[in-house]
Write a protein that binds this ligand. Sequence first.
Ligand code: FAD
Length: 364
Amino acid sequence: MTTKHYDYLLVGQGLAGSLLGYSLAKRGYSIMVLDNYEQPSSSRVAAGIYNPVTGRKLVKTWLADAIFPFLKTYYTELEKELGKNFFHPMQMFRPFPNQEVKDFLLQETAVANYGDFGKYHTPDESLKSVVKSELGGVMTDHSGWVDLPLMLDAFREYFEKKQCLLQHLFDYQGLHLENNTYQVNNELTLTYNKLIFCEGFYGRNNPYFSWLPFNPVKGEVLRVKFKEDISLKEMVNQGVFVIPLPNGRARVGATYSWHDLDWIPTEKGRADLLEKYNKLMLADIEVEEQLAGVRPATKDRRPIVGLHPLYHNLGVFNGLGSKGVSLAPYFAEQFVDFLVNKKELDPEVNINRFGSLYLGQKQS
Ligand SMILES: Cc1cc2nc3c(=O)[nH]c(=O)nc-3n(C[C@H](O)[C@H](O)[C@H](O)COP(=O)(O)OP(=O)(O)OC[C@H]3O[C@@H](n4cnc5c(N)ncnc54)[C@H](O)[C@@H]3O)c2cc1C
């Protein structure tokens, strides 16, 4: 029997576990990341968009001023460290959906409030030949997309090289909280100072954290091929997003469904996406691939970060919802500062905001 000790054990090597593990390793802490890679993961389905101007009213997103300037530096450095090109800064054109939204944005000077995140944009002939955009729209900066599957593969290699990755399905039966021990099998025991769960959608089955108000959302995306040669340099978003990819391809998405929380692509999802695509775009396409996944969202649409109210050696980094690419770098760093420097967590993400739910389920 071998016993190994780590400062941090992390369960899950999706976006959350990868960035948290990276931040801890960079600061010199010993880590072990556990993932068996057999269940599907949200990160491997995601389109990977980050975008500071969101919602039907095209407003600046939550924490945009803090998060977005930081993203470019973060992912650029990560690319250098991991030796792969997965970060694709790209403007996003958001046509006004109707005159009402256009009037609202221009009169309320909301566009002016974007700062350097976006500005009013009249499309040129080239863009007009591909996108229906009679009313003009907003062109955002500090936007783009991250090729998450490529980045996660690079992280897997990085953790493997550092010998801090174990291909293993974490089983709660093997956990012994009284002595901070996790029994992997008959040959291997891991001990830890803290065990952090980064399980995405599967977190809601975790017996220590299932009381948290998860609200998972199924989503579907397509990879399509343009039937003709077109020139599209920006992402486009109105009802659906379209991300131009090399070789005349694009990613189109995404649907939102709070039912049938499985990973199976549906006819309905495909039809919805194509209908919305045809309302927005002029270029004909054919579908090459369809994927489905479940976003680990929460009822208040904020991440959940922090330590268990009773078992202070157990933590959670979850609830990234549909904005993992923009939120994960910032909150992974914040979580590490909390863990190692005792800095405060943002109250809007701190698990403590749900303390009463934990007490409630204990009493019932
Ligand atoms: C269709 C779709 C489109 C999306 N588009 C975007 C987008 O454009 N931009 C954006 O920012 N976000 C997008 N998202 C959301 C994004 O995918 C998530 O915010 C983020 O990837 C969640 O990462 P995670 O690490 O929390 O979860 P996951 O990626 O699901 O990772 C969880 C990991 O934990 C592992 N795990 C779980 N339980 C165990 C266990 N017991 N033992 C071992 N391992 C375990 C799993 O194998 C998995 O690898 C999209 C999601 C979907 C479904």
